[in-house]
Ligand binder design. Sequence first.
Ligand code: HPA
Length: 262
Amino acid sequence: MSFETKKLILDVLESKGVDNLVGLISTGSGQELPEDLFTVTCEIPYVDLPGMGDANVPGHQGILRVVDGPIGDWAVWTGRRHFYQGYTHDEIGLYIDVSAALGADELICLNAAGGLNPDLVVGQMVSIERYRCFTPLPGLHREIDGGPWRETDSGIREKLLRVAEEQALSLTSGAYAGVPGPTYETASEVDWLRSLGCDVVGMSTVAELIRAAELGIKASAVSVVANVHGSGTKLTHDEVVKSSEAAVIKLARIISKYIAQI
Ligand code: HPA
């Protein structure tokens, strides 16, 4: 994704008065955060942002919402790109680059994920402590340092756990496996991921957490379990979107409190 594309998007944002951000959120399939929990100051459909118009799969809205917080605005990006759609690392990370250019230094990726840990149930929220990238990142020419596991930001995680507890919402912690998709996992893939210590599996998020690390932005993620492997839950994209929608109010309460607290 070219430097010019980022510049064109920044020009549109500036023309709408969006010139400073403290953080950003990206939502996953079926995660339409109810607006009454947020003070939305600006809404821009992706089609009005040059180069973002196609950042959409069914269940994703494709709208950028700017939300007011006590020390500044947050960008909520409701729609993202995935490796399985054929996008490069730069194209997936474009929304993060744009937000970082406006000063955002905190990213929370929300996603719908499959439960690998048999203790998980559909609708459970999981704060991602660490993640493993099984997805190719086309166009990433830089070396990714560290071992196979990468940690998310502990400060973000602690605050997420605190705001969940304050509202008596159950938020466990776990490890995320980022797979390429687009097919869901076979039973042997599930066994293998479990043997590596992965609690949840999904097709997004890792490229974005890695992009944030490249940009020096603090980042973490919250998964909502949309299906539990081996439990007989039906596994289609429509079912994943439905389960995600059912849990979205709990997720929205955590995120709105997170934004509201300094
Ligand atoms: N696997 C991968 N991605 C997913 C799943 C899953 O089981 N559920 C929701 N997204």
